[in-house]
Design a protein around this ligand. Structure first.
Ligand SMILES: [Mn+2]
Length: 197
């Protein structure tokens, strides 16, 4: 059974299409018009081994905020859709990824309830190309709200803004992969004592 999600989301500010296949090979086609964000979504697909298509046309004449946020919302919704009934998955995942001087620690529970805990160094370059570095938390908030997962992302140290953000996306990708992958010992079993996820 294929685990795919497809979300189209159109407002007066943006038009977003996201397609994701959780059991892919990391084939990614992303275009949001924000170069660094494309680079981050590329990390997400590649290291999550998700096949991922993202096409966003947003109001970049204002700034990149709506484009980035609405893409994250659609991505979260598509991820949730692809997870389906969550039967037979690991549910929990974590990964720690260094990128030179920076370190990201990500832990996820595909719980059905949205919750984000996020810490990163407060002193960071404000922009990476057209990407406002305060948007990283906003992306995670938006993704979590729609995917309905508990997500903890910590960067205990780091100096270069590009590294600080990129290690978060790499660790997120791998943690989501581990959590969403099928557990061969749990075929047909929903990983919850409550009977619902
Ligand atoms: Mn916003």
């Amino acid at each position: 059974m294929s685990r795919v999600g497809r979300v189209e989301r159109t407002t007066k500010e943006t038009s977003v299409l996201v397609e994701i296949d959780l059991d892919g090979t990391g084939k990614v086609e992303v275009s949001t018009g924000v170069g660094f964000y494309d680079h981050m979504l590329d990390q997400l697909g590649r290291h999550g081994l998700f096949d991922l298509t993202v096409k966003t046309e947003g109001d970049l004449h204002i700034d990149s905020h709506h484009t980035i946020e609405d893409t994250a919302l659609a991505l979260g919704a598509a991820f949730k859709q692809a997870l389906g009934d969550k039967v037979g998955i690991y549910r929990f995942g974590n990964c720690t990824v260094p990128l030179d001087e920076s370190l990201a620690q990500v832990t996820v529970d595909l719980s059905g309830r949205p919750y984000l805990v996020h810490t990163e160094p407060e002193k960071m370059a404000p922009m990476i190309g057209e990407y406002d570095t305060t948007m990283t938390r906003h992306i995670l908030e938006s993704f979590v709200a729609q995917a309905q997962i508990a997500l903890h992302v910590h960067v205990p140290y780091g100096r270069n803004a590009h590294h600080i953000v990129e290690c978060q996306f790499k660790a997120l990708a791998r943690a989501l992969r581990y959590a969403s992958e099928r557990d061969p010992r749990a075929v047909g079993i929903l990983p919850s004592t409550k009977g619902a996820l």
